[in-house]
Design a protein around this ligand. Structure first.
Ligand SMILES: Cc1cc2nc3c(=O)[nH]c(=O)nc-3n(C[C@H](O)[C@H](O)[C@H](O)COP(=O)(O)O)c2cc1C
Length: 241
């Protein structure tokens, strides 16, 4: 009887070990197939990334913006074309008072100085990888802010295409372009720029980018309807006085 019980115990243990091993194999099969799915997904992600990276590596949206209006346009355009985005800031920041209207204000005085190039920060150490450079700025006293000239003077724009855009309360972009061209070495191609009024629809920024027919806009990724933003939120806020 005792022997029989021992044999039965062995059989039971062997059965349990066998069942456990089967279950282990099943799990490991599941893991394998999960891993394959994981790698498949990764592969898809990678090809998606490389599409977006190609465009991203070629395009820079750089802007200067003190009260945030140009920044909104720059951000919408950069999101749309999946570009790098760079905000130029001042080493010696403007105060609220500097930005008020008046011939005794710092902004007014600086804008009168043709050769002033204030120190700026937040910019790339080189722009070698970019083919297209969007440059955005507000109009200040009928000109681009001096910070934009500092930016232009830092690089050589050989073989680059520059797309200027600005925001202003009334003046058009044309009055600022000659000075920009004089300050950009390397004889870049200048596309016709665009001025946005503070109350323009941000959709106009997308329409402007589309109208440029830039080669990367024909990558598959741009042909998809991404529904980038909610139409109910595309009006700019009133600029602060
Ligand atoms: C110091 C200063 C000077 C300005 N000069 C002009 C000008 O000459 N012509 C114009 O149409 N708008 C002028 N504006 C209005 C700005 O161009 C406009 O508010 C712009 O959208 C601000 O952009 P931001 O919010 O990106 O700084 C001026 C604004 C400031 C603060």
């Amino acid at each position: 009887m005792k022997i029989l019980r021992t044999i039965l115990s062995f059989i039971l243990i062997a059965l349990l070990v066998f069942l456990y091993a089967c279950n282990g194999n099943k799990n490991s099969n599941e893991n394998t197939s999960n891993t394959n799915v994981f790698f498949e997904n990764k592969k898809d992600e990678k090809s998606f990334e490389s599409i977006s990276q190609n465009s991203k590596n070629e395009t820079l949206v750089v802007f200067f913006s003190e009260t945030g209006i140009t920044e909104k346009y720059a951000t919408v355009m950069s999101d749309y074309i999946i570009s790098d985005l760079c905000k130029i800031t001042m080493e010696n920041p403007y105060s609220e008072n500097d930005l008020k209207e008046g011939e005794d204000k710092r902004t007014y005085l600086e804008q009168q100085k043709g050769d002033l190039r204030p120190e700026i920060k937040g910019i790339p150490s080189n722009i070698d990888k970019y083919k297209y450079i969007f440059i955005g700025y507000p109009i200040w006293y009928k000109k681009a802010p001096r910070a934009i000239l500092t930016f232009l003077n830092k690089y050589n724009f050989k073989n680059k295409t520059i797309i200027p855009f600005c925001t202003s309360s009334s003046d058009d972009i044309d009055i600022t372009i000659d000075e920009l061209k004089e300050n950009a070495e390397g004889d870049p191609v200048w596309l016709t720029g665009k001025r946005f009024a503070s109350r323009d629809l941000l959709d106009d920024a997308i329409a402007f980018v589309d109208s440029l027919n830039l080669d990367f806009l024909y990558d598959d990724i741009y042909l998809e309807d991404e529904g980038f933003y909610d139409e109910t939120e595309t009006y700019m806020d009133e600029p602060e006085e």
